[in-house]
Design a protein around this ligand. Structure first.
Ligand SMILES: Cc1cc2nc3c(=O)[nH]c(=O)nc-3n(C[C@H](O)[C@H](O)[C@H](O)COP(=O)(O)OP(=O)(O)OC[C@H]3O[C@@H](n4cnc5c(N)ncnc54)[C@H](O)[C@@H]3O)c2cc1C
Length: 482
């Protein structure tokens, strides 16, 4: 083997995964076909759950220190969700994808993992012990596992012949990074009466400190083939159609047309090859979910692959990646479909859609509805389908959910997860003897704290609580003691 894990694609998914593997001490190669990092801003929003997991790896503070990354209001179908910011410990931040990728590349480089650029994967073969990847130019590399984080048009997915069912794109809209004059900084979505709409989100500032915006433009007849270049005139006409003469384009930095294709890989695991991020799911970028979902895929898969490489992964642990992340991805695709319909993405002005939108908008003023939608979009409501591993198990309300950031008196639970190992909270010192055999994988903590006992996986999900017996849960998630 040249390496334990080969990660193909150094976007946010691949970078996050490489960092997880590095944290677990697994030899990893990260390749990308691009000679230089992409400068496309793409994603602009980081959701609560992603922020939380970054904090659990000690990366949040340094990431936020890279610039001005304000807390912003989320939305569902263009309807603002003001209360979602109050509900989660770390509310949605505006951090452009380029900043995240740059941050990760630097962080990985400082730890000795340098992205191998100009490496385009063109061939793939797997057998009982590993995967051989071939690159343009003829070089090859052998790894025990390969992760396809190579984006929406994944070469790995095509080479596998992996089913990617869903709906093809039928329309396009324009997404652009711009500087504007006259735009209301607090407005996110604006419609005109003919069904044209514009969405505006903060994207930080340029080198001179001037505010940048993500502008998305849609409406009837806007849909041109994806490859058609976007001109300044297209942007000016779009702005004029929605805002009249109030808003002016000062600078167009980058623009593209994006489609409403909605697809999800049928299987996330193909033997020793795993699909993650946009390689596994694509949808309209509504509500800042694509990058976040990909990074969550990586947090889920990283520790499991590390366990397999280390030799302690219980049977089926690697299969739980599909079992947990496929439903999470499917839920995102569903909420994006609902949003696309409600915001009349295609500008149909269908009276039934408009009526549904009117009722939805009034419902979305209710705090309970805002909380529900905020939980959905933030990734905080994802409960992994976890059965109590033993007879007599309990349906503890936290089972399968992210562990809250409990204060253990001087240290927070999320800080304890920084080593990338499991954590057993044992306030009454009742489980130390049982857990001792797993001490290389599970950190014992919380003695004397006013908390209840919990077993937490390295990705921060609660996987056991009393009165279920602890030992079967340790076997189930952390394998046989060495
Ligand atoms: C306009 C726009 C706005 C968006 N806004 C948001 C948002 O606010 N929040 C959010 O969460 N998401 C958002 N998204 C979605 C987000 O950008 C994607 O979900 C995200 O980029 C997926 O990350 P990834 O790492 O899986 O794939 P990618 O970012 O596509 O990275 C894949 C990488 O693989 C490399 N690669 C491809 N093929 C090969 C090969 N054969 N060999 C080697 N390398 C290869 C590519 O060069 C690339 O670097 C937005 C997208 C768009 C277009």
């Amino acid at each position: 083997m040249d390496t334990e894990v080969l990660v193909v694609g150094a976007g946010p998914t691949g970078m996050t995964l490489a960092n997880e593997l590095l944290t677990a001490g697994v030899s990893t190669v990260l390749v990308d076909r691009l000679a230089r990092r992409s400068e496309l801003s793409k994603a602009g929003g980081v959701q609560s759950r992603t922020l939380e997991v970054l904090d659990q790896r000690g990366l949040l503070e340094p990431l936020l220190a890279t610039g001005d990354h304000p807390v912003t209001t989320g939305h569902f179908a263009g309807v603002p969700l003001p209360h979602s910011s109050d509900r989660h410990r770390l509310p949605w931040r505006s951090v452009p994808q380029v900043v995240i990728e740059g941050f990760f590349e630097e962080h990985l480089g400082a730890r000795g993992l340098h992205v191998r650029r100009d490496h385009e994967l063109v061939g793939l073969a797997q057998d009982g012990t590993g995967v051989t990847a071939t690159f343009a130019g003829g070089t090859s590399l052998r790894a025990r596992y390969l992760v396809a984080a190579d984006g929406a048009h994944s070469t790995v997915r095509s080479l596998l012949g992996a089913a990617f069912p869903g709906e093809p794109g039928t329309l396009t809209i324009i997404a652009a990074d711009v500087r504007l004059d006259g735009a209301d900084p607090s407005a996110s979505h604006t419609w005109n009466e003919d069904g044209y709409w514009a969405a505006l989100f903060p994207l930080g500032t340029d080198a001179e400190g001037r505010p940048l915006r993500r502008l998305v433009l849609g409406g009837p007849g806007q849909s041109l083939p994806r490859e058609t270049p976007v001109t300044e005139d297209d942007i000016r006409t779009g702005l004029n159609t929605v805002f009249g003469t109030k808003v002016h384009l000062l600078e167009l930095r980058y623009a593209r047309r994006i489609t409403n294709a909605s697809r999800q890989a049928e299987r996330y695991r193909h033997g020793r090859v795993f699909l993650a991020g946009d390689a596994a799911h694509v949808h309209l970028p509504l509500g800042a979910q694509g990058m976040n979902t990909g990074m969550q895929d990586a947090f889920n898969l990283g520790w499991k692959l590390a366990a397999a490489v280390r030799g302690w992964a219980p049977a089926n642990l690697l299969d739980t990646y599909h079992a947990e992340r496929h439903p999470a991805g499917a839920a995102v695709l569903r909420n994006v479909r609902a949003q696309s319909l409600l915001m009349d993405w295609a500008g149909t002005r269908d009276p039934e859609v408009l009526a549904a939108r009117e009722i939805f908008t009034s419902l979305a003023q209710l705090p309970d509805v805002q909380n529900h939608l905020g939980d959905l979009m933030s990734g905080m409501a994802i409960r992994y389908p976890m059965r109590d591993p033993a007879p007599g198990g309990t349906s503890h309300p936290l089972l399968g959910l992210p562990v809250p950031d409990l204060d253990l008196g001087g240290v927070r639970v999320h800080e304890l997860l920084r080593a990338g190992r499991g954590v057993l909270l044992d306030p009454a010192d009742a489980y130390g003897e049982v857990a001792a055999a797993w001490s290389d994988r599970v950190v014992l903590a919380g003695r004397g704290a006013a908390i209840e006992p919990l077993l937490i996986r390295p990705d921060g999900y609660v996987c056991w609580a009393p009165p279920a017996p602890l030992e079967p849960a340790l076997h189930h998630w952390f394998g046989e003691p060495l």
